[in-house]
Design a protein around this ligand. Sequence first.
Ligand SMILES: C[S@@+](CC[C@H](N)C(=O)[O-])C[C@H]1O[C@@H](n2cnc3c(N)ncnc32)[C@H](O)[C@@H]1O
Length: 264
Amino acid sequence: MSQTSKVYLVGTGPGDPDLLTVKALRLIQTADVVIYDRLVSDAILEQIPTGVSKIYVGKKTGNHTLPQEEINHLLLNLAESKRTVVRLKGGDPFIFGRGSEEALLLAQNNIKFEIVPGITAASACTTYAGIPLTHRGLAQGVQIVTGHSQADKPLELDWEVLADANKTVVIYMGFANRELISRKLIEAGLDKNTPAAAIQNGTTAQQTRVITTLGKLTEDTSMLQAPVIFVIGKVVTLAEQLDWFEIENAVESDFIDDEKSLHG
Ligand SMILES: C[S@@+](CC[C@H](N)C(=O)[O-])C[C@H]1O[C@@H](n2cnc3c(N)ncnc32)[C@H](O)[C@@H]1O
């Protein structure tokens, strides 16, 4: 391995290139090689100077372009031959991003590395959808969970803990399991009229926001496709008043009539 080589695990945020940190942008612009996956937006990839090698290792749920073991192998090989290897990750590398697994691999192989945090979807997508994660009188805290179960395994979450009307619940990777998730939360005690939102392609020009209720989440989001993040809790009631991004960008929003969705 070259003595001076280093691998940077870099969070890029959920899509809007203006949400890149200064450090992430500097690294993208000085890399020898950039490895990226599906959640890194085109607008961010456009920041990579021409001439820099770009390697796509994208994954879709259940359809891995490159298995994680091969990505690991690639990282080790590149670290041996290149000085500055930048591994881009959507959002934050340490939140449902397997960044820690890749960092452990580098540590175990005595490869120097740095980790650059990025704005995670729970923060950026909700903000761009006009939904605060906490708000005095509406939510005292936030619970962030994955809604994705490993192949052939049922989704096991602590539904009793999640069904807390005084906290906001944010669910990553839950689109395929949304019927199960809403049913389990209702069975665990959350009212079916609890406000709920789905945000697809958050922070990008393609952002779509659906405002509905827990009881209607499955039906009202059937037209969406990943990446989608779900937000459940009273803070969603502020979404209409705080709808700054979609108003400013004139992106059509799938805003479902409050009366119909919250009381129907
Ligand atoms: C493998 S996780 C990666 C999370 C990422 N490390 C982060 O911190 O945001 C992928 C999931 O993040 C959520 N997600 C990421 N970017 C998103 C976006 N722009 N809009 C909506 N959801 C997004 C979705 O739930 C998606 O299925």
